[in-house]
Design a protein around this ligand. Structure first.
Ligand SMILES: *Cc1c(COP(=O)(O)O)cnc(C)c1O
Length: 360
C-alpha cells in the first residue's frame, strides 16, 4: 500500500488501518458469500451477527450492561439528535450548557420544541473555555451538554454533577476516547464520522428505563422507543457504516480498551500542547485554560494570517492534511482522534519546530 497521509481532518476523519482494510475486503466479498456487505439483506444472519457484535462490543468498552442500556445505530447524523432528544423527553424545562457551535444548534432545536434554559455559556469569550458553574433548573427534564467542542478545541474533563436529573451528552467528537463513568448518562449520541467510523450512522447509547418514559405522540421514526423495540431494525439501517463502526470497536478492544486509548491520546496531545507552552509568542493555543484543552482537536494561531496560510501549505507538501481551522475560529486545528497514529503527531510536532525556526 502507498504511504498513508498524515490525516488531521476534523470529520470525516482518520480511521485505523485494519478497519480500512476490513472495509475494503467486505466491500467486495463479505463472509465468503460472493457478495459485498452492501448487497445483502439487513435481516440476513450474516448482518445480524455484525450488528449484535457491535452492540455488545460498545457496551463492553463502556462497562455498561445490556439489561440497563440499549445501543442504537440510526441515520440522520448527530444533528437529528438535536431535535429527537427534546421531542422525546421535553415536557417542562430542559437545561443546556452552551460551549460552542454544536451546543448552539442543539439549543436552537430545543427552543423550537419547548422551554430551554441555558444553564451556562462560554459564548462571552468566543467559547475558549469550559464553564465550571451551572444554574440548573430544579426538576429539569434533562441536562444536555457537548463533551468536546470540535471547532473551538475545548473539552469537559469531568462530568457535570446534575444529581438525579437525566444527563444527555453529544459525544460526537470524543466518543470512546477515554475512560469515563458512562453509567452517569441517560443518553449519549455521537455521529460516527469523528472518532468511530464513516459518516451515515449515529451511535446512541440510552438507558432503557428512560426510553420507557419518552413521549408517544411523535412520528414513528423519531421515537427512541421505535428503535429500541426493533433493535435498530425498524427500517433499513445504514448497513455499511455500521459494519465499519463495528470494526473500529473491535480495534479499540484489540488495542487494550479505553485505558490504553486514553494514555495514547494524552501522549499525542501533550506533544503539541508542550510546543505551545514553550513558544507562546509563536504558537498561541486558542483555549484559555490548559485544563480545558481538548485531547481530540488542538486549535492554535500563528503570529499572522500569512504565516498560518504558509504553515498549512508547507504541511501539505509533507502529506499533512486537514490543518486549517474552522472558519468561526480561524487559524489552525489538528484533529488527533483515536485512530491518528502517534507517528503522525510526532511528524507534526517536528514540522512545527522546523517551521518556527525558519519563520521566527
Ligand atoms: C460534527 C459534530 C456534530 C454534527 O454531526 P452530524 O453527524 O454531521 O450531524 C454534532 N456535534 C458535534 C460535537 C460534532 O463534532
Amino acid at each position: 500500500m502507498a504511504m498513508r497521509a498524515h490525516n488531521f481532518f476534523a470529520g470525516p476523519a482518520v480511521l485505523p488501518l485494519p478497519v480500512i482494510e476490513a472495509a475494503r475486503d467486505a466491500a467486495y466479498d463479505f463472509a465468503g458469500l460472493g457478495m459485498s456487505i452492501m448487497e445483502i439483506s439487513h435481516r440476513s444472519k450474516e448482518f445480524d451477527a455484525v450488528i449484535q457484535k457491535a452492540q455488545s462490543d460498545a457496551l463492553a468498552i463502556m462497562g455498561l450492561s445490556a439489561d440497563e442500556y440499549a445501543v442504537l445505530f440510526v441515520g440522520g447524523g448527530a444533528s437529528t439528535q438535536f431535535a429527537m432528544v427534546p421531542m422525546n423527553f421535553m415536557r417542562g424545562t430542559a437545561d443546556y450548557i452552551n460551549t460552542g457551535e454544536w451546543s448552539k444548534k442543539a439549543i436552537k432545536e430545543a427552543k423550537m420544541l419547548g422551554s430551554c434554559n441555558v444553564a451556562a455559556t462560554s459564548e462571552d469569550a468566543n467559547f475558549n473555555y469550559i464553564p465550571k458553574e451551572f444554574s440548573f433548573t430544579p426538576g429539569a427534564d434533562y441536562v444536555h451538554y457537548t463533551s468536546n467542542n470540535t471547532i473551538y478545541g475545548t473539552e469537559f474533563k469531568s462530568i457535570p454533577d446534575v444529581g438525579d436529573v437525566p444527563l444527555v451528552c453529544d459525544m460526537s467528537s470524543d466518543m470512546l476516547s477515554r475512560e469515563m463513568d458512562y453509567s452517569r448518562f441517560s443518553l449519549i449520541y455521537a455521529g460516527a464520522q469523528k472518532n468511530l467510523g464513516p459518516s451515515g450512522v449515529t451511535l446512541i447509547v440510552v438507558r432503557k428505563a428512560w426510553v420507557e418514559q419518552a413521549k408517544d405522540d411523535i412520528p414513528t421514526m423519531l421515537r427512541y422507543k421505535t428503535h429500541v423495540s426493533k433493535d435498530s431494525m425498524f427500517n433499513t439501517p445504514p448497513v455499511y457504516p455500521i459494519f465499519v463502526l463495528g470494526k473500529t470497536l473491535e480495534w479499540i478492544i484489540a488495542e487494550g480498551g479505553l485505558g490504553v486509548i486514553q494514555e495514547r491520546n494524552e501522549k499525542k496531545a501533550a506533544l503539541i500542547y508542550d510546543i505551545f507552552d514553550a513558544n507562546p509568542d509563536f504558537y498561541k493555543g486558542a483555549v484559555t485554560n490548559a485544563e480545558d484543552r481538548s485531547l481530540m482537536n488542538v486549535t492554535f494561531r500563528l503570529p499572522s494570517e500569512e504565516l498560518e496560510a504558509k504553515f498549512i501549505a508547507e504541511a501539505k507538501e509533507q502529506k499533512m492534511y486537514g490543518l486549517k481551522g474552522h472558519r468561526s475560529v480561524g487559524g489552525c486545528r489538528a484533529s488527533i482522534y483515536n485512530a491518528c497514529p502517534v507517528e503522525s503527531v510526532e511528524a507534526l510536532a517536528r514540522f512545527m519546530e522546523q517551521f518556527m525556526a525558519a519563520n521566527k
